[in-house]
Design a protein around this ligand. Sequence first.
Ligand code: FAD
Length: 510
Amino acid sequence: MTDALSRSAIRRIVIIGGGTAGWMTAAALSRLMRNGHSSITLIESDEIGAIGVGEATIPPITAFNKLLGIDENDFVAKTQATFKLGIEFVDWTRRGHRYIHPFGEYGLDIEAVKFYQIWLKLYSLEDDIPYIDEFNLSAVAAKLERFLKPSTDPRSVMSSLAYAFHFDATQYAAYLRRYAEARGVKRIEGKVVDTTLRSEDGFIEAIRLESGEKIGGEFFIDCSGFRGLLIEQALHAGYESWTRWLPCDRAVAAPSERVRDPIPYTRASAHSAGWRWRIPLQHRTGNGCVYCSEHMDDETAMAQLVAGLDSPLTGEPRYLKFTAGRRKEFWKKNCVAIGLSAGFLEPLESTSIHLIQAGVSKLIALFPDGEFNPIERDEYNRLTALQFEQIRDFLILHYHATERDDSEFWRYTRSIPIPETLKAKIELFRSKGRIFRFQDELFGESNWLSVLLGQNIRPRTWDPFVDALDYAQIRGQLMRMHALIRSTAEKMPRHQAYIDRFCAAAKPVR
Ligand code: FAD
């Protein structure tokens, strides 16, 4: 059988950029293109460097690891990673309030009625029904700082656990670089200074390096970061700004010393004009402060970051500027933008690395041949735009559904008119607690439920089908689920003990 690539005229794939996006793309393509018919060249500039932030991920990354066939414990050891069971949101709903957005599902449905509908009724009627996060194994384990890999047996409560990672972004890129180079990816260090377009159709023909070297290709992947070297500077794809909904446009990031065993979750704490992140790694803690420059200056943001630390900084602070939004076309001519060159959504729900993974997966699913049928390009652009918009709505929810009115920033964000898509989702939930996953939306029912309830949006009533179930029976089942989840979490090893036992090669220097 002839494989698709041997029929294809795409023999030379050129990736510009060696940050997380460039190396994830190179690693995945090198894994799939084992036929030797196509070459993959990655160009990166040491002088420009990679952004170096981006340390928190979400569970689909485990599928990426599977695609690459990497040993996860080795990966955790080599990237100083820790396990992540969710995100704790502090001071978002109101000051002094906290909730967890855990990974994995809540409880079990009873007689085809959604678990959370049953919980909603019981929680509304009785004071001693635990809050919903007590019915999610990842949330309970996170609070107890425990970790164990999920079971593959769907009958076990351990199968409901889901996890992701916190890792050192620089070590992650280095890890994937070793992987990709071992599979034939050629790396060239150099600065791209020029792009040549074909006169007949405007396709990219070659790029030129500062050294004068010209590198030609049939297919170019722009992973050059915010600058969008090919997609914007050469092909002028355009950018759709979403700052009217997501006004934060700056961040300052700095690592601090490790002082305690790492917690298995990210913490996102709101402040007067944005929020701070805290990402525990094996060897240090990653910290950052995201802010809106119209409401906070750089010095105050740095003071905010320092105020949230419990240990001294170990590196220089790095200031970053961004504009929330997306490229109007992600795939234009013979170029696809992946990573920050495709768009940016603040890291509130740790979605950027996922967007890279999703971009690579869609590219693989729609990989072109030398004819570049526009149908594949259009589908890629349609699906990617939809995914960006769905994540955008999810992020806006955090700023919109807040009771905070203690600063101009919060008074402003809660008053911004929200997209119709989000408005409809909130109204449907308010009515009877109903949530639907739209097509292959990244965030499903349990994710929306965590944040809608966490931000204190309460449905007026529950699904009428819950009333058809015997009250005493569902109450009994709910409380048994609760006890099982808690006892299962209590039996799991402590997060640090799990790392010490299974990912021992990189024991942190204490
Ligand atoms: P970059 O890392 O900027 O890499 C660009 C590459 O292009 C570099 O190798 C550079 O040398 C090369 N390059 C550029 N111009 C040239 C040229 N002329 N010639 C040659 N090479 C060139 N994501 C998450 O999933 N979770 C998080 O917790 C998270 N936190 C973040 C916090 C902040 C403040 C920011 C800004 C982003 C965060 N992200 C997060 C996003 C994440 O950092 C990025 O998605 C990820 O690092 C991918 O970046 P990149 O590879 O697209 O770009």
